[in-house]
Design a protein. Sequence first.
Length: 56
Amino acid sequence: MSQPQPTTPPRLKEPKFGFNDYAERLNGRAAMIGFVLTLIIEYFTGQGLLTWLGLQ
């Protein structure tokens, strides 16, 4: 005998912490913005990021 299948899939709550789609999307976007800003800073100052931060 087969089990009856539900007509609609259950709605699972999205976790608030940890690895979930929203957190990964947000982290990816923040990383892309930071990378582009780093390239812009290097282009306009003519120095690398470490020099700009005073670490080199």
